[in-house]
Design a protein around this ligand. Structure first.
Ligand SMILES: Cc1cc2nc3c(=O)[nH]c(=O)nc-3n(C[C@H](O)[C@H](O)[C@H](O)COP(=O)(O)O)c2cc1C
Length: 202
């Protein structure tokens, strides 16, 4: 298993996938990682719905909006759609607000756990929830927060230094470039604006 810090640095959102199924065992393990995440007041309002069924997958896919900055260039190409989803649900009887922190922690656990198992993923909140909810047989009390699209990666996006725009782009080889703000600008030491003494190399 790869070192956790390397995994975190290596992780990129993946939107092109190989036509290879994800096993139920892996999906169940990922749900386990999601449900073990930190939870405010330990209220644990989240539930997780894995989707592998081909028909339901198609409907889920049709309810998602991908890579808004470069739409439609970032959409999964035909034959490169996700082969599984984990849908993060919120039990509104437990929490109706403030659950987003729990979702964030659970989603990242699932994403990193997936990466450790060789999976790429895309966390999505641009979802046509009104259309998706009835298809999934959800009771009124369960709300869809996020969808984690999963599959074996068929692209290798790269990080770029931020130079004035946060918008990711695709080059002529369909490689996705993702700008990230400069670490020196977002890291402060002791007093705001005070820099680390050295620009450590990782
Ligand atoms: C809360 C959240 C919601 C997101 N929603 C979407 C989405 O609806 N569609 C999509 O294609 N990507 C979505 N993303 C992925 C972001 O676009 C992606 O994380 C960002 O471009 C940075 O790329 P990186 O994940 O490779 O660092 C979402 C990410 C987060 C954290």
């Amino acid at each position: 298993m790869e070192n956790l810090m390397n995994l975190i640095r290596k992780r990129r959102t993946i939107r092109q996938f190989q036509p290879r199924e994800v096993s139920l065992e892996i999906l169940y393990k990922l749900i386990d990682l999601g449900h073990l995440a930190p939870s405010a007041s330990n209220l644990q309002p989240l539930e997780f719905l894995a989707v592998t069924d081909q028909q339901i997958r198609k409907v889920v896919f049709s309810c998602l909006r991908w890579a808004a900055y470069i739409n439609p260039a970032g959409d999964p190409q035909p034959g490169q759609e996700p082969t599984a989803y984990i849908i993060i649900l919120v039990n509104s009887l437990i929490r109706t607000k403030g659950f987003e922190y729990d979702v964030g922690a659970a989603a990242e656990n699932i994403i990193l756990g997936g990466l450790a198992a060789g999976l790429g993923s895309c966390w999505l909140i641009s979802i046509d929830r009104d259309r998706l909810c009835p298809v999934l047989g959800l009771p009124e009390t369960l709300k869809i927060d996020s969808v984690i699209a999963l599959g074996y990666p068929a692209e290798q996006p790269v990080v770029e230094n931020y130079s004035g725009s946060v918008k990711y782009w695709k080059d002529e080889n369909a490689c996705l470039h993702v700008p990230k703000r400069n670490l020196l600008e977002v890291a402060h030491l002791n007093l705001y604006g005070q820099k680390f003494p050295e620009d450590f190399k990782f």
